[in-house]
Design a protein around this ligand. Structure first.
Ligand SMILES: [Zn+2]
Length: 559
């Protein structure tokens, strides 16, 4: 009986606290996840609509702003185009871009002239040193070749000493095209050598002009293997980057009681129309990815809390930040922490929401509990049967709180977890549990009020390292860094963060370093890094070269 009474009272109270705000949450999620916003890809019209909509909400609640109209603009790479210097001449034939040849998006921007030789595998007897290698792709029969395989194959040839790689596809790709389109996709970095594709027709034509009598390209490789110095390729690849503008939207409510800050955030961007390389889990479909759960739901929650605290003065200052370009590699949150509008020392903690719209019986997951001494015991007070808390560690787990944790700020990351619609066009608003969002919002008010108290100070803690290779990777060891996934600078892999106590940390790698060589092999970006890392085993000791403060240093990494 008493229990029933308590439930009724609790239910009644929650109505008093936030009940009316759920309408706000519903409105935000419905708008952001509507087709009008076309999946909120950074730099698009839908992205801009999101920014204006959120800013308008903040304005309605009279939230204070750091920047005019709450908008903190930032630039990001969203596309590439082929530069004027790009050309390819095979023997004396100048090839037509797009039809007869096309550079791969991950190619280095460089010119090279030299012999083109056919090789049938990476470890062939052929001397590939300083030569272009011609590699046939059998994408039709045996194994479906994907982009990643082409990158790996190219890196393998680069490691053998090849100066460049030329692919020729023996069958058309699934989309009916023979040449993989020249296009930028999420986190397309570059490798150290030029890589292009040429058409079957042009290759056969040039072989015919140089003594090959047949008309079957497959048969010609035998002829090609036996003839030295038959093909010569001069090619330059110049890939220009196209930047777009997006923004973080940030506002704050000042406390009358404290100097300290709590940052509450969520990303508002999503995958646009998806497609291959976009991060979509249905990459063959070009369709609006509405991202209702990911992460219109998180935005809904932040806006609900902003509305609430605009009417209920908090015990600490609260900044409400909606991040852009999270899906492209935490770009918005990285920009925010690099250009903090508030004193970093005064930021007590950061709370992030990513996918909070699918509350199920299992409750809500709270990651990052190991990033401050006090988190665990405080959070456990709020355990309830109605809303179980799955409290876990890890400050770096894949969303915007990682950018704050790498600045040594304690973080909590709330999520209702993965589901089958994740990163698919079917992540729609009709599957959102708005009552669940309200429950989480109410929990958050309680938690935030508790952590906002000046007499509860938080002690930053280095979260324990999770020893695993990360999802889908072939790595047997883990370095424990947050790599810069997005740079196309081609001058090493940037280290955006180092997991405390991890291999990198212990070996002396620091945030801001660039890894340029591992075990004697060049690292120009994320692809070569991943390729090389897959070769190492636990207990291996390898030399590494880094750039730190413009100086080259050498260290030994022990896995
Ligand atoms: Zn997300």
């Amino acid at each position: 009986m008493r229990k029933i009474l308590l439930v009724i009272v609790a239910g009644f109270c929650s109505l008093l606290v936030l009940g009316q705000n759920v309408e706000t949450g519903i409105e935000v999620v419905k708008y952001l996840a509507s087709d009008k916003l076309e999946g909120r890809f950074p730099g698009t019209k839908g992205d801009d609509y999101s920014i204006k909509f959120i800013a308008k909400k903040f304005d309605t609640y009279n939230i204070s702003s750091f920047e005019p109209n709450y908008v903190h603009s930032l630039e990001l790479l969203t596309s590439i185009k082929s530069g004027e210097a790009t050309y390819a001449t095979l023997n004396d034939k100048k090839l037509e871009f797009g039809k007869e040849y096309v550079p791969m998006a991950f190619s280095a921007s460089v010119e090279y002239k030299g012999e083109l030789i056919f090789v049938d595998s990476v470890n062939s007897k052929e001397k590939v040193n300083n030569k272009w290698v011609l590699v046939k792709i059998n994408n039709g029969n045996s194994k479906e070749l994907n982009y990643r395989d082409l990158i790996d194959l190219s890196i393998s040839f680069a490691n053998e000493g090849a100066a460049g790689v030329v692919f020729v596809a023996m069958q058309n790709f699934e989309n009916g095209k023979e040449l993989v389109p020249f296009k930028y996709s999420r986190s397309v970095s570059t490798i150290g050598i030029p890589v292009i594709q040429i058409s079957r027709e042009i290759l056969l034509g040039i072989l015919n002009a140089n003594g090959y009598k047949g008309n079957d390209l497959e048969d010609s490789f035998d002829f090609l293997s036996k003839s030295n110095g038959l093909l010569n390729l001069s090619s330059s690849v110049e890939i220009d980057t196209i930047m777009s503008t997006t923004a973080n939207i940030a506002g704050f409510v000042e406390s009358e009681k404290s100097e300290q800050w709590i940052v509450i955030g969520a990303h508002y961007d999503h995958l646009g129309y998806g497609g291959s390389g976009s991060g979509s889990r249905a990459p063959k479909i070009q369709e609006i990815h509405n991202g209702a759960d990911d992460n219109a739901s998180g935005v809904g929650l932040v806006v609900m809390l902003a509305e609430y605290y605009s009417k209920n003065n908090p015990e600490a200052n609260i900044a409400f930040v909606l991040f852009g370009a999270e899906e492209e590699g935490l770009i918005g949150s990285k920009h925010f922490v690099e250009n903090l509008p508030i004193d970093k020392e005064k930021i007590k903690m950061m709370i992030n929401f990513d996918m909070v719209g699918r509350l199920r019986d299992a409750g809500v997951s709270i990651m990052g509990a190991t990033t401050a001494e006090e988190f665990d015991s405080v959070l456990n007070i709020y355990q309830s049967e109605k809303l179980p808390l799955r409290i876990g560690g890890g400050g770096y787990s894949g969303s915007d709180q990682a950018s704050f944790y790498s600045e040594k700020i304690p973080v909590l990351f709330f999520s209702t977890g993965m589901h089958g619609d994740y990163h698919k066009p079917s992540d729609d608003v009709d599957k959102i549990n708005f009552d669940g969002m309200l429950q989480i919002a109410e929990l958050l008010v309680k938690i935030t009020n508790e952590f906002a108290k000046d007499d509860l100070q938080l002690t930053y803690k280095e979260a324990p390292v999770q020893q695993s290779g990360g999802h889908g990777s072939k790595m047997k060891v883990k370095l424990g860094i947050m790599p810069d996934m997005t740079s196309r600078d081609n001058n090493g892999l940037g280290v955006d963060g180092v997991t405390p106590g991890g291999v990198a940390d212990v070996s002396g790698i620091q945030k801001g370093d660039r890894i340029i060589e591992l075990n004697g092999k060049k690292v120009s970006g994320i692809y070569e890094y991943m390729h090389i890392m897959s070769e190492f085993n636990p207990n291996d000791k390898i030399p590494a070269k880094l750039i730190r403060d413009k100086k080259q240093i050498e260290i030994i990494i022990e896995f």
